[in-house]
Design a protein around this ligand. Structure first.
Ligand code: FMN
Ligand code: EPS
Length: 390
């Protein structure tokens, strides 16, 4: 199963085409719209999020609320597009507008894709780079992830996310009764954090960064319950499930690191405090007494909760810009300022949840017979029974 996306940040729409979904899976726009709305929330977002009200149109692959097995096409229109038709070259310019509107972006922002993209594709107007390198594209990645989440949900697999650090403020509440409880709390938190004290400090840190024309990053965590054991494989590098999850997280704009389970902490601990002892019970079959390795061993799911974290760097566009060089004059200049978020970690948590959902759903669809959704459901149930009785 795979998908591609198309569309510019200020173009008319974003599109995703998903190939390889089973036939007969229930799917409605409402399943996707709720996820799009989650991605738009979060303290620290810029004005763009007030302009957009992201909603999806399913323009292919679904009939009477069920997938057909043909490619599923998802479209999200950009409300902001109507303000950009001239800049994006879709409307003729009058001679007195030419100079003003065709003005090139020539001062690359450190940390964004501007300069590398210009050097790669030869664009002297770096708007041609930023339009596609913008995280606006994560809208349709979340739409594709919502389809994956629907598939997982139907198979009894539950997924959630939360923010565990922003600008150095750490959440110290790491216990929760259930994933559903975690979801309920984070949906009501402006920073998607389950620690009310840390939540206040995180919001303060975001406001301070904004006031100072600066930006801050953070760490998000995704948890998945109900994965059957044995998804992925140890036999080849490109079938390892942990590698796929890491690649998915690293593909999100501004993500610079990934951890699975205790992650980097494993470096300083003895093996006896890292590996999870194996146990067995009649009702559960095999299980681990702890879950320090985050539900993955040997590139495969263990059946324990999958725990993946990702670190997001601070947003590169700064209202108090860093020094850069104008590519036309080669003179030093302050980097250009585009309207920007000051912190997008809460939104990025939803993106991380979506990419994890996608990678897990794709691994399942690729591993089990999945032309017919009902058959896939039976196969997953059989795998659970097989593992329990093994
Ligand atoms: C949800 C989200 C929102 C973002 N918003 C902005 C923004 O408003 N301004 C900005 O400069 N970068 C923003 N970024 C980060 C850039 O898109 C990212 O840094 C850029 O694409 C360069 O890629 P890299 O950081 O992965 O190297 C955002 C990222 C995410 C995930
Ligand atoms: C549009 C979104 O995020 C954008 C990501 C982004 C960037 O450079 O990555 C820059 C900003 O774009 P704009 O200049 O249009 O406000 C953000 O708003 C979104 O998340 O939907």
């Amino acid at each position: 199963m795979r998908y591609l996306t198309s569309g510019e940040s200020h173009g008319p729409q974003l599109t995703a085409i998903i190939e390889g979904l089973p036939a007969g899976m229930p799917l409605a726009a409402i399943d996707i719209n709720s996820e799009l709305a989650r991605r738009q929330k979060g303290h620290g977002r810029g004005r763009r999020m007030q302009i957009e009200k992201d909603t999806v149109q399913i323009t292919g692959g679904v009939r009477h609320g069920y997938t057909l097995g043909s490619p599923v096409a998802l479209v999200v229109e950009n409300n902001d597009w109507k303000h950009w038709t001239k800049i994006m070259g879709q409307e003729p310019l009058s001679p007195d507008e030419e100079d003003e509107i065709k003005r090139k972006i020539s001062r690359p922002r450190p940390g964004h894709a501007d300069l590398n993209g210009a050097l790669k594709y030869g664009h002297r107007d770096m708007r041609n780079v930023l339009e596609r390198s913008s995280a606006r594209e994560t809208t349709v990645r979340v739409a594709a992830g919502a389809v994956a989440k629907k598939l997982l949900e139907e198979l009894g697999i539950n997924i959630a996310c939360h923010v565990i650090e922003i600008g150095g403020v750490k959440s110290s509440v790491r216990e929760y009764k259930s994933l559903d409880q975690l979801k309920e709390i984070t949906e009501n938190s402006p920073v998607r954090c389950i620690d009310p004290e840390a939540e206040k400090q995180m919001m303060k840190a975001i406001d301070e960064a904004k006031e100072q024309g600066d930006s801050i990053g953070g760490i998000v965590e995704v948890i998945v319950e109900g994965m059957p054991p044995g998804v992925g494989s140890y036999v080849h590098y490109d079938r390892k499930l942990d590698a796929k999850l890491a690649s998915g997280i690293m593909s999100i704009n501004a993500f610079k690191g990934v951890e699975i389970g205790i992650g980097f902490e494993a470096a300083s601990k003895p093996g006896s405090e890292v590996h999870d002892e194996i146990a067995w019970s009649e009702e559960q079959g095999y299980f681990r007494k702890t879950n320090r390795l985050g539900g993955l061993e040997g590139g495969m799911s263990t059946g324990m909760p999958i725990v993946v974290r990702g670190v997001m760097k601070p947003i590169p566009t700064l209202y108090k810009p860093l020094q850069s060089v104008d590519i036309e004059t080669k003179e030093p200049f302050a980097a250009s300022i585009e309207r920007s978020d000051s912190c997008a970690v809460p939104a990025a948590a939803v993106v991380a949840e979506s990419v994890v959902a996608w990678e897990l759903a794709a691994a399942i669809v690729d591993q089990f017979y999945s032309d017919r959704f009902e058959a896939l459901k039976e196969n997953i149930e059989q795998q659970r029974v097989f593992a329990r009785e093994f």
